[in-house]
Design a protein around this ligand. Structure first.
Ligand code: NAD
Ligand code: DAU
Length: 329
């Protein structure tokens, strides 16, 4: 099988390529990635893939690469909410125009397409709401990031219905694991703690995220790619709702520090309160189960990875902190 993996130099995409290399040696992969600030060629070092640096909105390049592929797994996106509030423009370009460009090429060539999306398309839940997101939850995105991801999902659905494209969509909750950019919550706090800086938590810290190890996300993507029903949406989550304060405390404990040594900083505008995934369809229909059921164990191995791979994250750290300082303090 020949896969075109977009965004394969980013956090989840590079873990997908590594997992696929280890577990499916029969799959050949071409990675298309623009190497934005979030993409890092080093995350793919040593992996037997073909790497193409380029933009998913480049029609000619996309045409050539989709023509050669049996399936497209589409990870590429602008992915960070805080950046989308500072400047939505690249989010419209990549998440909407880029996805449209890929869909048109897949339509021309009849190529199987899997679209990677987020639970944020559903908006947020109250803390005491017993509900969780299901594939039937109405779309209600809050940020420029989540609204462009919602738009990209709707493009995929329309291409299935109107053009018969063989596509599936998965909407996953918050991922953690190695190779995640230091702008994101968990790597930002781990690398801060390595530098002796206490965790910086937005608002009251009561916001809840539903955490999943990146390998569990990517194994679920493989389940959908191989056995998912065309036109369906699968929600991916591992039943791990935690408040940001709880995660910050777990990290402080991992560093042997006072678990309450947290700095509450200005909140994110429009900050979603709670996400929660009901992954019944994925579990019941496709038999998927997480292989990292313990968040604390996964978090400790992630801490170890950042301790052992400082040369990977250090070059980006100062600039990320400077931009947070300009926005939040
Ligand atoms: P990331 O920001 O770490 O990586 C994104 C990658 O896309 C980077 O390598 C970047 O260079 C590349 N890219 C950006 N614009 C591009 C363009 N125009 N052309 C080609 N490549 C481009 O993101 P991530 O966290 O790995 O997320 C991957 C996907 O998973 C995204 O679609 C995101 O919406 C989705 N997702 C992420 C999470 C999460 O917790 N991180 C959860 C659910 C879904
Ligand atoms: O739910 C899936 C989404 O998860 C993905 O679609 C996004 O691509 C991914 O970035 C992530 O979005 P969040 O906005 O939830 O992730 P982030 O890591 O930015 O923040 C997680 C929570 O932590 C959120 O409630 C904001 C908060 N936060 C974040 C940072 C960077 C802090 O309290 N302090 C921080 O310094």
């Amino acid at each position: 099988m020949r896969l075109l993996v977009t965004g394969g130099a980013g956090f989840i995409g590079s873990n997908f390529v590594r997992l696929t290399t280890a577990e499916r040696p029969d799959v050949s992969m071409t990675v298309l990635d623009r190497l934005t600030y979030a993409g890092d060629r080093r995350s793919l070092d040593g992996l037997p893939i073909r790497f193409v640096e380029g933009d998913i909105a480049d029609r000619d390049l996309v045409e050539e690469l989709v023509r050669e592929a049996d399936a497209v797994v589409h990870f590429a996106a602008e992915s960070h909410n805080d950046n989308s509030i500072a400047d939505p423009s690249p989010f419209v370009h990549t998440n909407l125009v880029g996805t449209f460009t890929l869909l048109e090429a897949a339509r021309r060539h009849g190529t199987r397409f899997h679209h990677i999306s987020t639970d944020e398309v559903y908006g947020d839940l109250q803390l005491d709401d017993p509900a969780r997101f299901t594939p039937e939850t109405p779309y209600n995105p809050s940020s420029p990031y989540s609204s462009t991801k919602a738009g990209s999902d709707l493009l995929v659905r329309a291409w299935v219905r109107s053009f018969g494209l063989e596509a599936t969509i998965s909407n996953c909750s918050n991922n953690y694991g190695p190779y995640q950019h230091v702008e994101k919550f968990i790597p930002r706090q781990i690398t801060g703690l390595i530098d002796g800086v206490r965790p910086r938590v937005y608002g009251s810290g009561a916001n809840v995220r539903d955490w999943i190890h990146v390998d569990d996300h990517n194994r679920a993507v493989w389940s959908v790619l191989e056995r998912g029903r065309i036109g369906e949406t699968y929600l991916i989550g591992a039943d791990c709702e935690l408040s940001n304060l709880e995660v910050a405390r777990a990290l402080l404990e991992a560093f042997g520090r006072d678990p309450d040594d947290i700095e509450l900083v200005a909140d994110r505008p429009g900050h979603d309160l709670r996400y929660a995934i009901d992954a019944s369809r994925l579990r019941d229909e496709l038999g998927w189960r997480p292989s990292h059921p313990s968040f604390r164990d996964g978090l400790l191995s992630t801490v170890d990875w950042y301790r052992e791979n400082e040369e990977w994250w250090r070059p980006a750290k100062a600039a990320v902190e400077a931009s947070y300082a300009a926005r939040h303090q």
